[in-house]
Ligand binder design. Structure first.
Ligand code: SF4
Length: 112
């Protein structure tokens, strides 16, 4: 078996660290301008409402992101907690109705 050359090994580790630190720096710069929910087709993949969303070309497609990358994109995100609570309540109501149709009870409400 070949003996490991510690100097060569360290040189490779340093090279890998250099590569990754460059990627991280680039990602950090890009994250200040490009929303993480915007995919490479300029579609929005967010599961919440945002003022930058525009109707998609086809009904089944995700919304189009209209953000111009000039201003801070996070201020357009829907952050109203009452919307979140309404959505959670609606989901719970649908789940309860679905379980009731099947003659079952929500396991979270048994009190056990
Ligand atoms: S529409 Fe809003 S949430 Fe969606 S990708 Fe664009 S900026 Fe991000």
């Amino acid at each position: 078996m070949k003996k490991t050359d510690k100097a060569a090994y360290q040189k490779r580790l340093d090279r890998i660290a250099d590569l990754f630190s460059g990627m991280v720096a680039q990602a950090e710069v890009q994250s200040q301008h490009r929303c993480p929910y915007r995919n490479r087709h300029d579609q929005c993949t967010a599961k919440f409402r945002c003022r930058n969303q525009r109707p998609p070309a086809a009904d089944d497609d995700p919304a189009i992101c209209a953000h111009d990358a000039e201003l801070e994109y996070r201020s357009a995100w829907e952050t109203d907690p009452s919307n979140y609570r309404r959505a959670k309540a609606k989901i719970k109501k649908i789940k309860t109705a679905s379980l009731a149709r099947r003659g079952r009870q929500d396991p979270g409400e048994t009190g056990d």
